[in-house]
Design a protein around this ligand. Structure first.
Ligand code: GUN
Length: 299
């Protein structure tokens, strides 16, 4: 039987509609709107495309949105000063510095310079610490892991006591999602295993999973025979495997593949996210959710 497709685009749309209503209510009750600054350094096409989508979504929700597009040769000192300006700006509740940054800038220094209470990406060590502690301590769950958790919950997949296997141990996805799903709360309570490039038998671990989250960045890494029948498969991979001409615009566009062989996996899994249209749209939605939460926290 073919798996249920977890439609990240549709789920995202319904969350954004909920957020839009909340923004309108906040504006009416407190005369305040969430403020987000997006800082882009240089003109990396992938970063530009991500930032454009973030800006568009923020504007659609009625946020106060400020765009800072900096030249690729901006000095580290000037970038840190820009971040500090928005730390001090009370109309801004979220600061997003699009990564990666050019080589001459120390990414860590820039992330550490963001006020943790405006760090809507959830990358600052203070917010990572808060995430590990869990419960009321959590301020800004990082956006991709938050999107994954939301997809699992909204798809009605049982997390309580489930065997979750996370493939990948990155700071942005693998480590945070593992920690979020082992927390003691009704949206978690799972038993979590993290596997990575030095794991001896990846396939054996994957075969035990009730929920398999793959964030390895390797196209087609997970083979269909690694999937436990009926498993929920969350594919975080976005791998550019070539280019094609768009039938809509006539321009070249990237061909994207996930970390899972989707066509074969969907015949075995119980539910599965597609690439694109699965986890991807949720990341931006969770950024908006964090910015709204930051605005509320300031009231
Ligand atoms: N680059 C790729 N993904 C992200 C993200 O979620 N946040 C930021 N700031 N940069 C990114």
């Amino acid at each position: 039987m073919s798996a249920a497709i977890i439609d990240g685009a549709a789920i995202s749309k319904s969350i954004l509609a909920e957020l839009k209503t909340e923004v309108q209510e906040l504006q009416q009750s407190h005369a305040v709107v969430p403020g987000l600054v997006t800082i882009l350094v240089g003109d990396n096409p992938a970063s530009l495309s991500y930032v454009t989508r973030k800006v568009r979504t923020a504007l659609e929700l009625g946020f106060h949105e400020v765009q800072e597009n900096c030249d690729a040769d901006i000095s580290e000192k000037d970038l840190l000063a820009l971040v500090e300006r928005y730390n001090q700006d009370s109309s801004i509740h979220g600061i997003l510095v699009q990564l990666p940054l050019p080589d001459h800038i120390d990414e860590k220094k820039v992330i550490y310079a963001i006020d943790p209470d405006k760090d809507v990406d959830g990358f600052h060590p203070v917010n990572i610490g808060r995430l590990l502690l869990g419960g009321d301590e959590v301020r800004f769950p990082p956006c991709t892991p938050a999107g994954i958790q939301e997809l699992i919950v909204r798809a009605g997949v049982e997390l309580e006591g489930a065997e979750v296997v996370v493939v990948g141990r990155s700071n942005i996805v693998g480590k945070p999602i593992a920690n979020m799903l082992l927390q003691k709360n009704p949206r978690a309570n799972a038993t979590v295993t993290v596997v990575h490039t030095r794991t001896r038998d990846l396939a054996a671990h994957c075969r035990r999973a009730d929920i398999l989250i793959v964030a390895a960045g390797v196209a087609g890494l997970v083979k269909p025979e690694w999937i436990n029948p009926g498993c929920c498969v969350i594919d975080v991979g976005v791998n550019r495997v070539g280019e094609k001409i768009s039938s809509k615009t006539g321009k070249p566009v990237a061909i994207l593949r996930g970390d899972v062989d989707f066509d074969a996996a969907k015949e075995i899994a119980g539910s599965i996210t597609p690439v694109p249209g699965g986890v991807g749209p949720m990341t931006i939605t969770m950024l908006m959710k964090n910015t709204l939460a930051s605005c509320r926290a300031r009231l």
